[in-house]
Ligand binder design. Structure first.
Ligand SMILES: Nc1ncnc2c1ncn2[C@@H]1O[C@H](COP(=O)(O)OP(=O)(O)O)[C@@H](O)[C@H]1O
Ligand SMILES: [Mg+2]
Length: 351
């Protein structure tokens, strides 16, 4: 499954641009602020309807225009995503308008690597939950459905808890959906972490060249029984006026040589672990879905030493489509059959 020709309109800095990636390795080089991140972000939005960076897609509408459009093929399917500042999102799948995103999101598979990925190791737990959600929603159709149901129930509960103690009956009405979707998410995330652990360990060895001992564990907020934990937290949530247990407080505990990697690992080790998490995410998508995702690597080579650069390139699978950006590929002497691209004046050109 590969990404075919792509058209962007009024997306970030692009007025109108086309990109025809090849099925293999695509190397894009361009100076800062020429649109590298914008292009990869557009691909991610087209395939997953979300940015790797932000939750507000409206930011991506080119300044002073009414909305963006992105259209392209993935495998045999044709995807189109419009976002209008006034009318909101419109999706087409093979030119048929989609009222819901469920079927649309079954198509595109993406692994996104960015220079902010160190945050996966040393940043707040929200980064790791986002990582799991991005992965989970590509591995299983039920994941996204339950995530949305959970978010709705959580928002409603928090609204009622803020409103005060007299809303107890309304609050109780959300307990059922909250617990059902929460239990689903928690179990799915535990399985994802179990499946990721050996793959991450292999990827850490591939990138560092050393034998480091890495472990991943999912910590479930609310433990094994979310219903009981929710009932037990009733007094506390009334006091704090928010929902205090549930998957919105989950985390992944990452340990390197038995010590928490966020606090104890060196900067180089943290970088290795974050790359390994991304590579493992991509491999797990392939294992669960039977075909690899598109690998999007946005400007991460500049911050790697030469050894890691070459080992990362070698770790990208030969049979996957990879689109890599950087300001310069001068360090790369040999790139075989890779397609090379540049971006200038809002145009993406073969070089
Ligand atoms: N919504 C927008 N409207 C117009 N220009 C934008 C918008 N968002 C970002 N830009 C501009 O797009 C340009 C390219 O940004 P980016 O893709 O991040 O560059 P690169 O990754 O090549 O450094 C920047 O000059 C940025 O200010
Ligand atoms: Mg960039």
């Amino acid at each position: 499954m590969v990404l075919g020709p792509l058209t962007l309109r009024d997306f970030r800095c692009f007025t109108r641009a086309e990109f025809h990636p090849t099925p293999g390795l695509n190397l894009i080089s361009a100076p800062n602020a020429s649109g590298k991140s914008s292009l990869l972000e557009a691909i991610c939005v087209l395939l997953r309807l979300q940015s790797p960076r932000t939750n507000t897609l409206a930011e991506m509408i080119r300044r002073d225009t009414a909305g963006f459009s992105i259209a392209g093929r993935f495998g045999s399917r044709r995807l189109t995503c419009h976002l209008g500042a006034a009318e909101g999102r419109r999706l087409l799948l093979d030119d048929t308008p989609q009222r819901q995103s469920g079927e649309y999101l079954q198509i595109g598979l993406v692994a996104f690597f960015s220079s902010g990925d160190m945050e996966l190791v040393r940043g707040p737990s929200s980064k790791r939950r986002r990582f799991l959600d991005f992965l989970g929603s590509q591995c299983d159709a039920g994941y996204l459905k339950n995530l949305r149901a959970y978010e709705r129930a959580l928002r409603a509960r928090n609204f009622l808890l803020k409103a005060g103690p007299h809303r107890g009956r309304e609050l109780a009405a959300y307990d059922g959906p909250f617990v059902a979707s929460g239990e689903y998410l928690a179990s799915a995330r535990t399985r994802l972490c179990e499946d990721l652990a050996p793959v991450v360990a292999r990827c850490v060895r591939a990138i560092s060249g050393n034998d480091e001992n890495i472990s991943l564990g999912h910590t479930r907020s609310g433990g094994e029984n979310l219903g009981t934990a929710l009932a037990d937290s009733a007094a506390e949530e009334q006091r704090l006026r928010q929902t205090t247990v549930g998957p919105h407080r989950d985390d992944i505990v990452i340990k390197l040589n038995d010590l928490p990697a966020g606090a104890f690992a060196s900067e180089g080790q943290q970088r290795t672990v974050s790359l390994a998490l991304r590579l493992a995410q991509a491999e797990l998508i392939r294992i669960r879905r039977g075909s690899p995702p598109v690998y999007l690597l946005d400007d991460i080579f500049g911050e790697l030493d030469t050894g890691r650069r070459h080992r990362l390139l070698a770790a990208l699978p030969d049979d996957a489509q990879c689109i890599l950006t950087t300001t310069t590929w001068q360090w790369l002497e040999e790139s075989g059959s890779a397609a090379r691209w540049s971006i200038a004046d809002g145009r993406i050109q073969s070089t």
